[in-house]
Design a protein around this ligand. Structure first.
Ligand code: FAD
Length: 307
């Protein structure tokens, strides 16, 4: 991992920096590139615009590692309202949650209870519930909760990170569930004991995981979602899907709002199922700095907003 990426990922966890930068106008202007706004209204307007272009979406309220059960219950209630809006407006929109935002650190049992409530509401809304993957110390608990929710609800999926050494084994263990899996490269600062430090190894692991999932999808036994902006990788996976006989709606490509928007439209126009993950909320600092770390050239974009 490059020094700039490591430094940025370290900075993403600094509460001092978050306090210093979050209020600065130039920083807030730069964030707008990846986020239509801080409130749900702005996010709903963005997903409606995407829907008009034939592109589905996934909504996520930014936030993680809450420190009280009241906060966690507030997040659950917020998402229940979002699902109600999705149902009322008939939007082609799903939601994605972070378990530490729903209080995983405080009580896994209460977190599971809230997750089940969201899965039930998502099913009633004709939507889908995604579970993000956070730092490696949360993987076991996240997969345990995913298994518990998946045993009661079909329309729920989980994210797996290709950079972790353990992920191939995790995938093997999840496959009997007929899972929906969003494969990503991985966004956190992990030591080489748990994650591949070299990008080429992460990319190779991604292809191997995707291949495994596509073979299951060819038998309608899994829904693979490729959460990536890597167009070469997407091209390769689409080829493999065709060769394996996976139908066009048997897998999806998900990208982040504001990244490669023209390619999102081009892929959708070419018959690929594309969704855009739209983030909103006031707790955007750690999330935004992770986006900078993914492409340190983005830091210039922040600096350009200084002038
Ligand atoms: C829908 C979705 C959900 C995700 N959920 C999770 C999750 O739950 N847990 C997790 O750890 N990670 C998550 N991620 C982030 C992921 O792990 C990667 O950090 C991120 O997607 C960048 O890697 P990449 O696959 O796009 O490939 P890279 O090889 O990093 O990038 C490929 C190309 O995409 C472009 N690009 C990538 N990132 C950016 C950026 N920030 N700004 C501008 N251009 C960029 C660049 O042109 C780059 O050359 C998610 C990503 C997506 C798209």
């Amino acid at each position: 991992m490059s020094l700039s990426r490591r430094l940025l990922l370290g900075a993403s966890r600094s509460t001092w920096l978050a306090r210093q930068l979050s209020q600065r106008a130039f920083f807030r202007r730069a964030v707008r590139r990846f986020m239509p706004g801080e409130d749900l209204g702005a996010a709903l307007a963005a997903v409606s615009d995407l829907a008009r272009e034939g592109i589905g979406s996934v909504l996520t309220q930014l936030g993680e590692q809450v420190t009280s059960r009241d906060e966690a219950a507030g997040v659950r209630d917020h998402y229940l309202r979002v699902l109600e809006e999705i149902r009322r407006r008939q939007l082609p929109t799903e939601i994605s949650v972070k378990l530490t935002h729903l209080g995983l650190d405080l009580s896994p049992k209460a977190c599971l209870h809230d997750l089940l409530a969201l899965a039930a509401r998502a099913a009633a809304a004709g939507a889908f519930l995604w579970i993000d993957m956070e730092e490696s110390r949360y993987v076991d608990a996240t997969l345990d909760l995913y298994r518990a929710v998946r045993s009661e609800h079909a329309r729920v999926g989980v994210c797996l990170q290709a950079y972790l050494h353990r992920t191939f084994t995790d995938l093997d263990r999840l496959l009997p569930l007929g899972p929906a899996i969003r494969v990503v490269k991985g966004a956190y600062n992990e030591p080489p004991t748990v994650a591949f430090p070299k990008k080429r190894d992460v990319d190779a692991a991604y292809v191997a995981l995707a291949e495994r999932l596509l073979k299951e999808a060819a038998r309608a036994r899994a829904l693979p979602v490729f959460g990536t902006h890597d167009l070469r990788l997407i091209g390769h996976l689409r080829e493999r899907a065709r060769a394996l006989g996976v139908p066009r709606d048997g897998y999806e490509v998900h990208m982040l709002y504001g990244i490669r928007s023209a390619d999102q439209r081009a892929l959708a126009a070419d018959g690929c199922v594309v969704r855009v993950l739209v983030s909103y909320g006031t707790h955007w600092f750690p999330w935004y700095v992770r986006r900078l770390a993914e492409r340190p050239a983005n830091v210039w974009f922040v600096l350009r907003n200084l002038v």
